[in-house]
Design a protein around this ligand. Structure first.
Ligand code: CU
Length: 283
């Protein structure tokens, strides 16, 4: 390759990278994830894992596409060629390379994912404990620390099939407080997903799951069921309001004033006749 051409390629590469790196939008910084760093104590960790994985994969992609293109051009059929080209098989160094490099990549992705997952799943002493019961097709929220509850209904639609925002169940969380969310199901398997928190976890009948999170930014966030659970799964929506401690206390007081004290426990579950349960006729 001539010096001139090399210089041209180097120049073009530098120009493209400068362009790509200078004008990073918020979307690009988060790798198009629907969130941003600092919404919870976990979002920057998730965004970091996601974006770094993409950068590594893009580099692998560019090298691979480059090699493909180079092979196609360098070994293209010339006018002087006759017959079929030399038939090659078995190249141990290249085959070993093709096996070992992806293996190293996969082990790397696994290790970093396991590290971040362990950090996110680490139980912490909660300042606020919320118990969530998923049910077809809505949510019940028990504010265990404050002994009040809220019982949701599934999203309602207007004549144009648009969701009526006021009909959605809303979960209130105080900002900056270590929160334990206890996840349970009243019927079938659901998944509790707060989109901007970049995390979801299944609610499984007969099993209790835990999620530890500290919301760090006040705001309204969308939540939904992320496990197909029946006819109105798509209407199993909720909102999350991350609010100041004063607003949270005022909300808790409003539930208390409405008489919603105590807990909507498992006695409201649908599947009461689990194995080992004695029949009703035996009293
Ligand atoms: Cu569901």
């Amino acid at each position: 390759m001539s010096q001139n051409r090399l210089r041209w390629i180097a120049g073009a590469t530098a120009a493209v990278s400068a362009l790509a790196l200078s004008g990073c939008t918020q979307q690009e910084l988060t790798g198009w994830l629907p969130s941003e760093a600092g919404i919870t104590n976990q979002t920057s960790r998730v965004i970091g894992l996601w974006s770094t994985s993409w950068i590594v994969l893009m580099i692998v992609g560019i090298i691979t596409w480059g090699l493909l293109l180079w092979a196609a051009i360098a070994y293209r059929r010339r006018k002087s060629d006759t017959g079929i080209p030399a038939q090659l098989r078995y190249n141990t160094p290249i085959e070993a390379f093709f096996t070992i490099v992806p293996l190293i990549l996969i082990i790397g992705f696994f290790a970093f994912t396991a590290r971040d997952q362990a950090a996110i799943e680490e139980p912490v002493e909660p300042e606020v404990t919320i118990e969530v019961f998923a049910k077809r097709w809505a949510w019940d929220f028990n504010y265990i620390s404050d002994d009040v509850y809220f019982s949701g209904i599934q999203a309602q639609e207007d004549e144009d099939n648009l969701i009526i925002a006021e009909s959605l169940p809303t979960l209130y969380l105080p900002v900056g407080k270590t929160t334990e969310i206890i996840l349970e199901s009243r019927d079938v398997q659901h998944s509790f997903w707060i989109v901007d928190f970049l995390y979801k976890k299944d609610t499984i009948p007969g099993k209790t799951n835990h999620w530890y999170v500290t919301p760090e930014k006040e705001g309204t966030y969308a939540g939904k069921c992320a496990e197909l659970c029946g006819e109105y799964h798509s209407l199993m929506l909720f909102n999350v309001e991350v609010v100041s401690q004063e607003e949270y206390d005022a909300y808790v007081q409003s539930l208390r004033d409405a008489g919603q004290t105590g807990r909507l426990g498992p006695d409201y579950n649908v599947n009461l006749n689990l194995p080992g349960t004695t029949g009703n006729n035996e009293g």
